[in-house]
Write a protein that binds this ligand. Structure first.
Ligand SMILES: Nc1ncnc2c1ncn2[C@@H]1O[C@H](COP(=O)(O)OP(=O)(O)OP(=O)(O)O)[C@@H](O)[C@H]1O
Ligand SMILES: Nc1ccn([C@H]2C[C@H](O)[C@@H](COP(=O)(O)O)O2)c(=O)n1
Length: 581
């Protein structure tokens, strides 16, 4: 059943939403809800949790307690050892160390039936969460038992890293269990103490706000959604209203993954003429970022004859920083208009007010700040030679701009320095050399892109979507996969047959989704990469889960429109999915 959360708008969980969606006891009986949020929020979520529990739901919050919220822990969990791991599954434990038949058991097991995880009677007695103490400092190595009403902050250190450690490990445990990987499970579980698939929560709230913690949490949610059959997971939602209500059905993991797609922002700072715009153009070309120059946006605003135009023009002529609300408004509009999610914001934040306003309005924290270090005499010469006819490229204004930069912008750089977010590059060298020095900071985006391409490709395969599949795959793809019985397969027809077959069989019992587990990426220079992972197949028929290891070799090329794209050139797959047995 899919519950429509249509009233979810900006800052979702308002009174109206609670009344409309849940007053009818819709959620009684252990419906699952995954709630991810990037934003700080307080009262609304507290109310929501209370309500959710009243109607019989259970909630697991991911992330750290945020200021202003009373974090009532209404989560569920229980420790798992081999014994209850075994009982979690219908008839085949995913692994059993002493079992000679371990191999075959690890390859195929039934999806746990939700009721064996979440019996109604369990709900009442298990509204506590067991968290390995070493993820929260100061608990003397004991497992914490948090009861409903306990403020998490009373027990946990407010360190995101620590609490997120729990999520990371949980995620890895889920994957390890599903993949039948005993060793990883042991490692990730910190011995064989606990594992997450025994958490019978019906609601996951992720309050982690950014970066690795956020993607870890999103992955965690994906994993939970994979573990729980779709009928048990009704809604995912997200607090900012950008994603709004997302309905979770068999594509649960995809939905959770989508939610992770939040803008990545890199601030580009440096004195006037340090070469920000010049380097941004290269970064855009190579790494697919959208370049937003605060100065360009302001100049365009002036040129458009807007009501603030004269004021903006006068301030810029004086080298002054314009009111933050104006600049942030322009940036926000440009980000939304682009429809993209990776931005280089150039010449911003110019002062503390810029920084604070941006954070408050967008809730976005930059991935890092790229800072160009250049002496004033070099910058001055460059600006005087720029020849773009800017009103502020004259000696008098340039010097004022230098002053504003050192008095107002440098403190912002210092602020980010304290957060270890500044990536400093000397920009006195020729442009190509400066760019060479920038590249290492962007390697991780190449890795993310190729992984993203892999996920999209796998999704296309699951959906029998041959159009998307072809977009990602080279016509001369070579492959070793079990279906080819040890022969090297060349070209697409062999693979397209499987896609077409899936396409024709979209009846319920043929549905298959797969998830990439424990992926790794190895870049071979800038234009080639190997991606490896365990692929977890979940077939509705059965229901059955099986796994396979895949290695995909990708090449990065320029497409016709000049943008770089990743193309799959080789594939190796170990075992074929086994839902027919
Ligand atoms: N590494 C470099 N070596 C020599 N000249 C450069 C270098 N980088 C940029 N320039 C030149 O210096 C001038 C200023 O560069 P650019 O516009 O990129 O600076 P900016 O930091 O964006 O300036 P502003 O803050 O005023 O917008 C341009 O004419 C550009 O061609
Ligand atoms: N965050 C910003 C960015 C720019 N401005 C104004 C003041 C600058 O002197 C002018 C030109 O910017 P540049 O193209 O050199 O980045 O635009 C601002 O007030 N606030």
């Amino acid at each position: 059943m899919i519950t429509r959360a249509s009233s979810i708008q900006k800052n979702v969980v308002d009174e109206k939403f609670l009344q409309m969606e849940f007053a009818d006891g819709d959620l009684a009986g252990g419906k699952n809800l995954v709630y991810e949020s990037r934003e700080r929020f307080g009262e609304n979520v507290r109310k929501f949790c209370e309500h959710f529990v009243q109607v019989g739901g259970t909630v697991l919050m991911l992330g750290r307690p945020q200021a202003g919220a009373v974090w009532e822990v209404v989560s569920s969990g229980r420790r798992a050892n081999d014994e209850n791991l075994h009982s979690t599954f219908d008839d085949a434990a995913p692994f059993n160390d002493g079992d000679s038949d371990k191999q075959s058991q690890s390859k195929r097991f039934h999806i746990p039936q939700p009721r064996s995880l979440l019996a109604p009677e369990d709900m009442a007695s298990h509204r506590t969460i067991n968290v390995e103490a070493d993820n929260f400092s100061g608990n003397g190595g004991k497992v914490m038992q948090l009861a409903p009403g306990d403020p998490l902050s009373a027990h946990a250190s407010p360190s995101t890293t620590k609490s997120i450690g729990f999520i990371w490990r949980s995620l890895a445990s889920v994957e390890a269990v599903l993949a039948g990987d005993v060793d990883t499970c042991r490692d990730e579980g910190g011995g064989d103490t606990w594992t997450v698939h025994a958490i019978p929560c019906s609601c996951v709230i992720d309050t982690s706000s950014r970066g690795a913690s956020r993607s870890a949490a999103a992955d965690f949610c994906c994993s939970l959604l994979q573990v729980y059959p779709s009928s048990e997971v009704d809604i995912t939602m997200e607090s900012e209203g950008q994603v709004n209500g997302t309905f979770v059905y068999e594509g649960a993991s995809a939905a959770a993954y989508e939610m992770r797609e939040k803008p990545t922002v890199i601030f580009v700072l440096g004195g006037p003429g340090s070469g920000k715009g010049t380097q941004c153009a290269r970064i855009v070309e190579n790494y697919g970022f959208v370049h937003l120059s605060a100065g360009d946006l302001l100049r365009a605003e002036v040129a458009s004859g807007s009501e603030h135009g004269v004021m903006l023009q006068n301030m810029m002529k004086e080298g002054k920083i314009v009111p933050a609300e104006v600049t942030v408004g322009l940036l926000q509009a440009a980000m939304a208009k682009s429809g993209k999610n990776k931005f280089l914001i150039d010449g911003f934040p110019r002062d503390e007010d810029n920084r604070l306003t941006f954070e408050r309005v967008t809730g976005i924290i930059p991935e890092f700040v790229l800072f160009f270090d250049c002496p004033e005499d070099v910058m001055e010469k460059r600006l005087l030679n720029r020849g773009e006819g800017r009103v502020d490229d004259n000696v008098e204004t340039i010097r004022k701009r230098f002053k504003v930069f050192s008095c107002q912008s440098v403190p912002v750089v210092d602020y980010y320095e304290r957060l270890a977010k500044v990536r400093k590059v000397k920009s006195t060298y020729p442009p190509d050399m400066v760019f060479t020095n920038i590249k290492p900071y962007f390697t991780k985006f190449l890795e993310a892109d190729v992984l993203d391409a892999t996920r999209k490709l796998v999704k296309a395969i699951d959906n029998g979507d041959s159009l998307t599949y072809r977009k990602f795959v080279d016509e001369k793809l070579t492959a070793y996969e079990p279906e080819a019985q040890g022969h090297l397969v060349e070209g697409l027809p062999f693979h397209l047959l499987w896609l077409d077959t899936v396409d024709q069989n979209t009846q319920e019992d043929k549905r298959v989704i797969s998830r990439i587990c424990s992926p790794w990426v190895r870049l071979l220079g800038e234009n080639a990469a190997i991606v490896g992972y365990a692929r977890l197949f979940q077939a509705a028929k059965g229901p059955v889960v099986s796994t396979s290891n895949e290695t995909r070799v990708w090449e990065r090329r320029k497409s016709e429109d000049g943008a770089f794209e990743w193309k799959l050139v080789h594939l190796h797959r170990t075992t074929a999915p086994m839902w027919d047995t």
